[in-house]
Design a protein around this ligand. Structure first.
Ligand code: DLL
Length: 437
């Protein structure tokens, strides 16, 4: 067993299973009671089922509870699912909704403490400790990646460099000059850093950098091999989502064989996304999570849309918390572009707000120098298309701004003649994903 795994911060990872299940049950009961008392939507849904919080007597009883989905956050936008009074809420974050508005999540002081704890446990799991110099290249702001990782790394006693995302040359300068030992960013961005380091004549293998905490988007074993071979670091997979807490729902350990879920704070189920029935352990399905400690915004049976499976064997590291397989795909049409979540419906909403566009569009995804590129092609009316170049360029800019307002990303946009985009017989094929991971 790795020395760092005896770190006192990680003690809950090694809790005896019966103790863990008892902790989960009492926390689940408390969470359900809290949501019932303070969240009208949840109250109504329990009433409709003729259930009371006291009906949750065992962990299996979670299956009787209603699911929560992203649309519930949209419909109650912005504060409708909060279970704590505003004066107790110390932080808000937000993430993509499916149309014009984002979804909003809240944290009490105690929620921040729990989040900080799960990030600390994550970092210890990757072999980090006080004294490490952590370059935090996740975006700071409404996205949970930056501040989430920041608080945990600081609490661990590491030195945090809050560099946020972007500006690759500066990232590499800082990495080299500040003696960085660990980096947090999306895996695709790290591949991009490797690529640029070669162009700048920086040899990552000669730097003290030894670990990467990579997540916020799907990646593959193939990408891990490339990263580890080209930079001589260990690349760990970290998972999380805004609705549940942010990063730090699960993480790999030194064995890099699946992600341990912090089960004392998050209750995990795997369901069939079609029938919504729980699946036997080991089968692949959709991950459903219930928060067990969150105060500001408890989430009951949140459908993550992420497809995975539980490992059936315990991990060689000795952690009693269960592992899931790395997440490779989703059961909905959400795209992740450079770590930012985008729904085709958001692009559509951005397009159709602008006069002159037709509801025929296509999103083409490619990866250049390991960075995601997204091109949106949209048909415009014949009148617009026959307009002079300046008019077209202005329209193009207007659409780009409109999409940026909704999604937060600047897309490459191509205006095309009416009837250029292939029509399909059934469901329109909106997304062509040519990214090769
Ligand atoms: O991406 C939180 C995060 C930040 C995780 C930094 C890890 C590191 P959202 O923006 O709400 O939150 O996106 C959540 O991203 O449902 C997955 O589909 C995907 N995702 C996150 N981590 C991974 C991962 C953050 N390690 C959505 N592997 C999730 C695959 C991931 N997909």
């Amino acid at each position: 067993m790795n020395m760092t795994e005896h770190h006192p911060i990680s003690a809950p990872d090694f809790m005896p299973v019966n103790e863990l299940r008892a902790t989960q049950l009492s926390r689940l009961q408390r969470t359900v009671q809290q949501a019932y008392d303070h969240v009208p939507l949840f109250h109504r849904r329990l009433d409709e089922r003729g259930l009371k919080p006291a009906d949750v007597r065992s962990l299996e009883d979670v299956r009787r509870l209603p699911f929560t989905v992203k649309a519930d956050l949209r419909d109650t936008y912005p504060y409708g699912l909060f279970a704590a009074p505003m004066k107790e809420i110390v932080r808000l974050h937000a993430s993509s909704g499916t149309t014009g508005k984002p979804i909003v999540v809240a944290y009490t002081q105690d929620d921040i403490r729990v989040w900080t704890e799960t990030i600390m446990r994550s970092l210890v799991s990757c072999g980090l400790h006080a004294g490490d110099i952590v370059q935090n290249a996740y975006g700071y702001g409404l996205f949970t990646g930056g501040l989430g990782a920041h608080y945990g790394a600081e609490a661990l006693g590491a030195t945090v460099i809050p560099i946020s995302g972007g500006n690759t040359e500066r990232q590499l300068m800082v990495m080299k000059d500040f003696g960085v030992t660990a980096i947090c960013c999306t895996p695709s961005y790290f591949l991009h850093l490797i690529d640029q380091s070669q162009q700048m004549g920086v040899d990552l293998k000669k730097l003290p950098l030894r670990a990467g905490v990579f997540g916020a988007e799907p990646w593959t074993e193939n990408m891990r091999e490339r990263i580890e071979a080209q930079s001589n670091i260990k690349a760990y997979d970290i998972y999380g989502l805004t609705e549940i807490i942010g990063p730090g729902v699960g993480i790999e350990c030194a064995h890099q064989a699946g992600l341990h879920i912090f089960e004392d704070h998050f209750l995990a189920e795997i369901i069939d996304p079609e029938t919504l029935e729980p699946l036997p352990i080991g089968s692949e399905g959709e991950l459903v999570l219930t928060t067990l400690s969150k105060q500001a915004m408890p989430m009951i049976r949140y459908r993550t849309r992420d497809i995975t499976a539980f490992y059936t064997e315990p991990c060689a590291c000795g952690r009693s918390i269960r592992r899931i397989r790395r997440i490779g795909r989703r059961s909905d049409d959400m795209l992740i572009i450079r770590g930012i979540n985008v729904f085709p419906s958001q692009i559509e909403a951005g397009l159709l707000r602008i006069e002159g566009t037709l509801p025929h569009y296509q999103i083409v995804l490619t990866r250049e120098k390991d960075l995601d590129q997204m091109e949106v092609q949209v048909e415009v009316t014949p009148e617009v298309f026959s307009d002079e170049v300046r008019g077209l360029e202005e329209l193009r800019k207007k659409i780009v701004r409109s999409i940026e307002t909704i999604t937060g990303i600047r897309v490459a946009l191509r205006l095309v003649e009416p009837h250029t985009i292939q029509r399909s017989e059934g469901k329109a094929k909106r997304v062509i994903d040519k990214r090769n991971m």
